[in-house]
Design a binder for this molecule. Sequence first.
Ligand code: SAM
Length: 234
Amino acid sequence: MGWLKSKGIQRLGGGGLERFGIRSWSRVMMAALGSRKDASALKLLQQVFRDNRSLMTSYEMWIIYSLARAQMKMPGAIAEVGVYKGASAKIFCELKGDKALHLFDTFEGLPPACEHDRGIHKVGQYTCSLESVQEYLKDYKNLSYYKGIFPDSAVNVSDDRFCLAHFDVDLYEGTKACLEYFYPRMIPGGIMITHDYDILAGVRKAFEDFLADKPESLIEMPTTQCMIVKLSPV
Ligand SMILES: C[S@@+](CC[C@H](N)C(=O)[O-])C[C@H]1O[C@@H](n2cnc3c(N)ncnc32)[C@H](O)[C@@H]1O
């Protein structure tokens, strides 16, 4: 795992080799889920898997699915920063009912990294156009798209209360901006979850720095993800 944590898989940059690795793992995971989880959930995850637009493993998609299903009972909108080709967004779309889903991305790939990211990303990595994502999600209602670098792109956002926010931006500054923007806007019991916490140094540091003066604790998962559940103000 050492090579993976330092430079290995990130350098593959969303190319064929990265997708091959994720898809191979995901087939095994999907088979394991198939013996235990309900059929409608699996049908959706298999559809997203077949669409071949995701950089998440099947277990990571399952966690997104499961949190979205749980949070649907709560008030507040859903947000995602780091949409790429719209795979995780599609899972939210399938579960969200009438809730608003706010989707933030440059739609031009990664912005510049900083020293905390250890030089493993390329500007423009993971590019997918806004038009491609809009076409992929065209059957779903109440979606808002914000093109540009977050948090500068977060203007005219019609909701200010969120029950679930998913971050997948790979970099320190973007992740820190997500935490700073959404934390005060999360309802009590609202969940902020990120991808890549334990494989990307910048993402990990952003969470550590942000949580240093907060009452919440980080919840790590066996996948690359971690999450924070917003507490009620005391
Ligand atoms: C790894 S991809 C997201 C994968 C996606 N969630 C999925 O399920 O496959 C990272 C995305 O974050 C976006 N991104 C990174 N930093 C950003 C920022 N500060 N503002 C907006 N988008 C950003 C990139 O454009 C890219 O689409």
